[in-house]
Design a protein around this ligand. Structure first.
Ligand code: F6P
Length: 330
């Protein structure tokens, strides 16, 4: 039987949360859902600390002013968390109960793969959802783009441009580790655009002698006096690799791990723009009561896909870019 509610059914009570690793542009996405939804007469409730806050009831009503002055801020003002409890049947039941207590009709979940899977589980427990892609790894298979990726790329290339200065002054090899535990998009696209001689990604095995030593020796023989090697954290450790390179080639090598630098910072134009378009698409789905959808970029367009179907999709990294390196840096 339809749940009685003191209010009319013309509007929705929309819960919104950010989950998993934060990403620059998450605030812009929260804003791009909240303002248009309020404008259509819906209520928006902020859920702090992701799914952890959902089952704990860390929930409060937001208004247009709540999302003022945030489009340019990195991180997520709703905070985020990884919640083991939510992954248990008891935790899920607590989350469903809390949605009923706060009369939440639908949850907008902003985050990466883990967030999308959590949203699907929540929908299967009876709470409608909309999933918005946001992760600096850009490794969500159903979408060409995830919010945060462009800002992280720019952070990485700005850092590597600086490292190149000192590497050239000291005639060194700078080995730079970027994020990407399981995916090499950050490493690959950073490497190509930062002028790296070598890029190592989790998706492609490498041969130390052929792919690294031989490449660097060839470059040195061609007159290079400094070298940039970009590695994804999921491929290898920059520290270990720098030691091996120095031992094998005699080229003085230094390691830098960019780490969490890539997760912060004011979102770039592209991330603010993408977050705004994606948020507006999410509100279109909400207002049309088109629930359990994943908002994605496909063929350059912002579309909404069935969430369950979206999570069956796969995408493979275009490792062909690695071949560009040989042509661009020899
Ligand atoms: O998923 C984004 C990401 O930054 C990965 O690149 C990285 O390996 C992971 O999050 C780190 O997770 P945490 O913030 O929980 O340490």
């Amino acid at each position: 039987m339809e749940r009685e509610r003191s209010k009319n059914f013309a509007h929705l009570n929309i819960g919104i949360l950010t989950s998993g690793g934060d990403a620059p542009g998450m605030n812009a996405a929260i804003r791009a859902v909240t303002r248009p939804a309020l404008h259509l007469g819906h209520r928006v409730l902020g859920v702090r600390r992701g799914y952890h806050g959902l089952w704990r009831g860390d929930i409060y009503e937001m208004n247009s002013r709540t999302v003022s002055e945030i489009i340019h801020k990195g991180g997520t003002f709703l905070m985020t968390a990884r919640s083991k409890t939510f992954e248990t049947p008891e935790g899920m039941q607590k989350a469903v109960n809390m949605c009923k207590v706060f009369e939440i009709d639908v949850v907008v979940a902003i985050g990466g793969d883990g967030t999308f899977n959590g949203a699907l589980a929540l929908s299967e427990a009876g709470i409608p959802v909309i999933a918005i892609p946001a992760t600096i790894d850009n490794d969500i298979a159903c979408t060409e783009y995830a919010i945060g990726y462009d800002t992280a790329l720019n952070t990485a290339i700005e850092a590597i441009d600086k490292l190149r200065d000192t590497a050239s002054s000291h005639e060194r090899c700078s080995v730079v580790e970027v994020m990407g535990r399981h995916a090499g998009y950050l490493a690959l696209h950073t490497g190509v655009t930062a002028g790296a001689e070598v890029v190592l990604i989790p998706e492609v095995d490498f041969d130390f002698q052929k792919d690294i030593v031989h490449t660097l020796i060839e470059d040195r023989n061609a007159g290079k006096n400094h070298y940039i090697v970009v590695v994804a954290e999921g491929a290898t450790s920059a520290l270990d690799l720098a030691k091996r390179i120095e031992e094998a080639t005699g080229i003085e090598s230094r390691a830098t791990t960019l780490g969490y630098l890539q997760r912060g910072g004011s979102p770039s134009w592209r991330d603010r723009f993408m977050a705004s378009l994606i948020g507006l698409k999410a509100v279109d789905c909400l207002d049309a009561r088109r629930f359990n959808r994943a908002i994605c970029m496909q063929n350059g367009d912002i579309v909404d896909l069935d969430l369950k179907e979206a999570l069956t999709m796969t995408k493979t990294i275009d490792a062909g870019y690695v071949e560009y390196l040989d042509r661009l840096t020899m």
